[in-house]
Design a protein around this ligand. Sequence first.
Ligand code: FAD
Ligand code: SF4
Length: 317
Amino acid sequence: MQFLAGGTTLLDLMKLDVIRPAHLININALRHEFGAIEADADELRLGALVRMSAAADHPAIRRDYPVIADSLRQAASPQLRNMATLAGNVLQRTRCPYYRDTSWKACNRREPGSGCAARDGVNRRLAVLGTSEYCIAHYPGDFANALVALEAQVSILDARGAPYTMPLEDLHRLPGSSPHIETNLPDGHLITGFTVPAQPWTRRSLYLKIRDRASYDFALAAAAVALDLGPDRMVRTARIALGGVATRPWRSHEAEQALQGWVLDETAARRAAEAAFRDVSAQGQASFKPELGRRTLVRALLEAAALPVSGDEDATP
Ligand code: FAD
Ligand code: SF4
């Protein structure tokens, strides 16, 4: 069963014959219930059916959670952002070319047990973190990387209508030996929204996205960064997630720990980047990605440290 929201991923994949849902349920009428953006002193609440453009342009999100607004503004095109929803964006599929082209028989994600054409094929855009021998496909989205960095929770209704929540970090699965099971969301469970806790680090945050074209392109590497800095840029807390380089939205606890308690200069940023890519596994054409990912993270950290954030004069250079 599939839910039809904006349709900008799902209808593409149905036309390509990659997904053939037995049941298709249009959920757009639920926007009255799950289509609001609410922000207070404790948290930001985003309805599942909020359009990407509405969240990207929302004044409270731009001011207090800029990493979220940045990640949405740099995703897709204006037309797509006006159509596509936040939940649909989080649940978009990989752009691995062999997954999307059914003339290729070998794709474990599309046909379990069929093999993986990408391992020895066109794999320049694919993942270097979290891969398995069964699948090296990248997670292509941007918004979920910002959410995972800010420790968002996903609100869900099960098939009987009972609500529950799950950390966004637990929503997407590693491919392992079953890449066709992409998330921990059971069939028929509906995402109703996302909650992001307000924390001292959400204001000093940004999303840096590196891509082949300056607009309308998926990330080759991206970093979602949020910092709480003390005097002289000493890192009290860092929250870091990587995009474009991993099989799912990739929280880097290793990079966060490498920064904790250190003054955030270029040396510290580079140390964090080394930690983030320590367990890298680069295949063929993607061998440039670990270094691109490290440089992206170093730049994101230094740019975030230099942001002028009101009420945080200690850390302003
Ligand atoms: P749909 O296509 O309607 O649904 C997608 C999936 O989510 C389906 O499986 C559907 O069943 C499921 N779903 C939807 N809502 C719910 C719900 N509430 N609960 C449970 N399941 C649900 N994205 C980026 O992040 N960055 C980019 O740079 C980028 N570039 C793009 C370029 C192009 C040319 C295109 C076509 C897309 C691009 N995208 C990019 C992806 C785009 O943002 C997604 O297609 C879009 O966000 C999906 O949202 P939707 O509402 O249209 O989802
Ligand atoms: Fe399929 Fe994954 Fe291999 Fe791509 S990388 S061909 S999605 S199994």
